[in-house]
Design a protein around this ligand. Structure first.
Ligand code: F6R
Ligand code: MG
Ligand code: MG
Length: 400
């Protein structure tokens, strides 16, 4: 019998602003999933948040993309929005529920989804990742390190089961195309693609020797769904570890260096991905309360919960970045935060124009009426002597 692990997450409102999830919402979601365990739909579950995103971790035997599982998640998000987020006037209530037309699957409706169905091994260590104030491509570098870089993963050199390498499924989210590439043979090509994390995203990874699936990343891009700025896509991921797959410590090692990712304030800035600690874990209610997003609405953070899976039951969680060794990574991330913040609105701290298209900046810039260079040079004295700049007054301010 196969087990399915599903992580479905959404931002349905923050407290305050985009900083955190209201504890009552986590409690509500937990009570709903508890009922689903009683009714037999789920085997087990855990509810947690990182920043303003609530993740529903669910185990079952229904396979991926199952309408009942997706329907359950959708109804939890919908009803938590109606009963709590709207009532408390939480910020951005229902933010990630972009469409109203649930018909069996949450993909394309706003929530992020990472799911994997597999035969449980004799022992099945799982790491569940969730990141806030960043995008799915934020996992590109760590996934590459975990499954293709022997300087990160000693097992690629030492363990015969891993020596044949891993197969990467990379999706081009603009063109809707998939690239299947093998490490180590194609690492230069893989890097050529995934170096553009806003477009080419590592979605699944397989061990080549037997096609065991080792990882899955959520890849929904909200802007492409909504056609306007709706925040970044705060991604979740599932990684299986050990016994011929990268060890738990090799999986986590890839997050020791806080690499730069896109997102952060207004989804418009580059910043370090800080490995965050959970604030509290409540085993009785199956709730883990994650890191808060405070400095400049961030910095971007990733949380990691470790479990041992048995017959679909989740033994855990263990807060994987709660280790003094990761305090040092957090210090580095805090230092990078301080450093890069001093650049203010200047690139590359602020994102390049293509990425700003989905923000509100174009509204502001479109009010300007710049003067053609030659015309300006001919009449420069006239232009510079005007009391108020003729460029800025043309369209006025958007001031909404
Ligand atoms: C980032 C994010 C926040 C908001 C920011 C401004 O993904 O959601 O950084 O963009 O707090 O929000 P508004 O414009 O709603 O005040
Ligand atoms: Mg939010
Ligand atoms: Mg978020």
């Amino acid at each position: 019998p196969k087990t399915t692990v599903s992580v479905i997450k959404a931002d349905i409102g923050g407290i305050p602003g985009h900083a955190w999830v209201h504890p009552k919402i986590l409690e509500y979601a937990s009570s709903r999933l508890r009922e689903a365990v009683k009714s037999g739909l789920l085997i087990d579950y855990y509810v947690f948040n990182v920043g303003d995103d609530m993740s529903l971790l669910m185990t079952h035997t229904k396979g991926i993309d199952n309408p009942e599982i997706h329907g359950l998640a959708w109804s939890v998000f919908k009803e938590a929005t109606e009963n709590y987020a709207k009532k408390f006037k939480l910020y951005g209530a229902g933010q990630d529920l972009l469409k109203d037309s649930f018909s069996g699957n949450v993909r394309g409706l706003g929530p992020q989804v990472a799911e994997m169905e597999f035969e449980e091994r004799p022992s099945e260590p799982l790491i569940i990742f969730a990141a806030d104030k960043t995008e799915p491509g934020a996992y590109n570098l760590p996934m590459y390190k975990i499954f293709a870089d022997p300087f990160n993963t000693a097992g690629l050199v030492i363990d015969p089961q891993m020596h044949g390498g891993f197969r990467f499924e990379i999706i081009d989210v603009y063109e809707g195309k998939v690239y299947l590439l093998d490490a180590p043979e194609h690492i230069y090509t893989i890097l050529g693609l995934i170096g553009t994390p806003g477009r080419y995203i590592i979605r699944r990874v397989y061990r080549r020797s037997d096609l065991t699936q080792a990882a899955v990343v959520s890849v929904e891009r909200l802007n492409l769904i909504a056609g306007r700025y709706v925040g970044k896509d705060d991604p979740v991921a599932i990684v299986r570890a050990q016994h011929g797959l990268p060890a738990v410590g090799e999986v986590l090692e890839a997050f020791a260096l806080p690499h730069l990712v896109e997102g952060w304030m207004r989804g418009s800035h580059t910043g370090p991905l800080m490995p965050g600690k959970f604030v509290s874990i409540d085993p009785a209610n199956k709730i883990a309360m994650g890191p808060k997003m405070t400095r400049f609405d961030g910095p971007p953070k990733v949380g990691a919960l470790g479990f041992q899976l048995h017959e679909g039951y989740l033994e855990g969680p263990v807060d994987m970045f709660d280790d003094p060794a990761f305090d040092f990574s957090r210090q580095i991330a805090a230092f990078i935060t301080d450093y890069i913040r001093r650049m203010g609105p200047i690139m590359p701290h602020r994102l390049p124009p293509e990425e700003m298209e989905y923000t509100t900046l174009p509204q502001i810039l479109s009010t300007l009426k710049p003067i053609p260079v030659e015309e300006y040079e001919r009449n420069r004295l006239k232009y510079i002597s005007e009391k108020i700049s003729p460029v800025a007054i043309a369209g006025g301010s958007t001031g909404d």
